[in-house]
Design a protein around this ligand. Structure first.
Ligand SMILES: *Cc1c(COP(=O)(O)O)cnc(C)c1O
Length: 391
């Protein structure tokens, strides 16, 4: 183990060392960070639900009724009434016959890809897919192929017709987690249909946020559920709680129950968390003003950042990256903001490609317009003093 301190030191010298901060109090725009008040623009709590009192109450009532832990895996005695009810409600929300809860989105992606594919099959992934889709593809033992980001034409050129008895899966984020742009979903759906491939849509950042009803990237494009037969959604982002689900046809969900190792060999999530998510799902459906407000804040931010000449990307989602270039520059920006009491984390390789380090600014319906203006004021100074070294 002697070489570990060495490697850590090198990581630090390369500006790639990561540290955690400790937050006191609930998630929200105003955070207590290591004892200091900060205005934060980096959570995935897009609708401002993580600390909503109605979710907290549902959690407390759920715990009073079902206890703190599930005590077993779903296939043993851990599958409780709140899990079952939440699965039914999620399936209805996304317009599919069935949904299956997973403990995390990471586990859902590992489970679904490795349950459906094996050696001799093929998986095609967008180059900027989330790490969990990449890892799921790698552990499945299928032939692993990546296509350039958002480039459905390249995918179509390279994708051959499936060989007899072999399966092909195309997997993509709906909203890309570090870039905020959208997958070319209508094109991916057409290609998958024509080539008889499965399409797995990871809509971690789309569900709850995109579409008038919050049904995500498919609703945004006006596509029906059949366009992406396998839908993965997470519950720790717009839904404000914890966990994930995969939704689709009866046979898909039954196959996952039989074969997805990250579903079978793990403890079911606490039932009270499922109760909190049920409360959150009701709010996601009944309070469209949260999505509306989020859209307004995104426009406000983009208008202001555009006027300042900041290096915005094409993203129209609540994920608004500012490209810095080097890890060192992204860190400097982040530190300068921190000096002004604003928290935006620097995202560096390997989370993003080399030379594409950035600030990942995220907006939430819980932010006020005045807070967005404060961010713009701080960014103006940082931009004036530091510039970017992005190519
Ligand atoms: C966050 C995220 C996941 C993982 O979900 P967790 O529930 O946090 O494990 C998967 N895919 C994408 C695109 C994500 O952004």
């Amino acid at each position: 183990m002697d070489y570990l301190p060495h490697e850590l030191e090198r990581r630090r010298a390369d500006h790639l060392y990561r540290v955690r901060r400790t937050i006191d109090g609930p998630q929200g725009p105003a955070l207590q960070v290591d004892g200091r008040p900060m205005l934060a623009f980096c959570s995935n709590d897009y609708l401002g639900l993580a600390a909503d009192p109605r979710l907290v109450q549902a959690l407390q009532r759920g715990a009073a009724r079902y206890g703190a832990g599930s005590g077993a895996a779903h296939l043993v005695t851990g599958h409780m009434r709140p899990h079952q009810a939440l699965e039914e409600e999620l399936a209805e929300f996304v317009g599919r016959p069935r949904a299956l809860l997973f403990s995390t989105g990471y586990m859902a992606n590992l489970g679904v890809i490795s349950a459906l594919l094996g050696s001799g099959d093929s998986v095609w992934e967008d180059r900027l897919n989330h790490a969990s889709l990449i890892d799921g593809g790698l552990i499945s033992r299928a032939r692993f192929r990546r296509y350039p980001h958002g480039d459905s034409a390249s995918l179509e050129r390279r994708l051959d017709a499936p060989r007899e008895g072999k399966r092909t899966l195309i997997a993509s984020d709906g909203v890309f987690s570090m870039d905020g742009d959208l997958a070319p979903l209508p094109e991916l759906a057409r290609i998958a249909r024509q080539r008889r491939a499965w399409l797995l849509l990871d809509d971690a950042h789309g569900l709850g946020v995109l579409g008038a009803q919050g049904r995500g990237t498919l609703e945004h494009f006006g596509l029906d559920p059949g366009a992406a037969p396998i839908l993965m959604g997470t519950l720790g982002k717009a839904f404000g709680t914890f966990g994930a689900f995969v939704a689709g046809e009866e046979a898909l969900v039954e196959t996952l129950i039989q074969q997805a190792r990250s579903y079978i060999y793990t403890t079911a999530p606490p039932p009270a968390v499922a109760e909190a998510t049920r409360a959150s799902l009701r709010i996601v459906r009944e309070e469209p003003w949260r999505r509306e407000r989020l859209r307004e804040l995104v426009s406000r931010f983009r208008r202001g950042a555009g006027q300042l000449g900041l290096p915005l990307t094409a993203s129209e989602s609540p994920i608004q990256p500012l490209l810095a270039g080097s890890a060192q520059c992204a860190l400097r920006w982040s530190q300068r903001l921190e000096e002004q009491g604003i928290l935006v984390t620097a995202i560096r390789p390997p989370t993003v490609p080399e030379g594409e380090a950035r600030l990942r600014i995220t907006l939430s319906a819980a932010h006020s317009e005045a807070q967005v203006e404060r961010l713009l004021g701080a960014l103006e100074e940082v931009w004036r003093d530091e510039g970017s070294d992005a190519a």
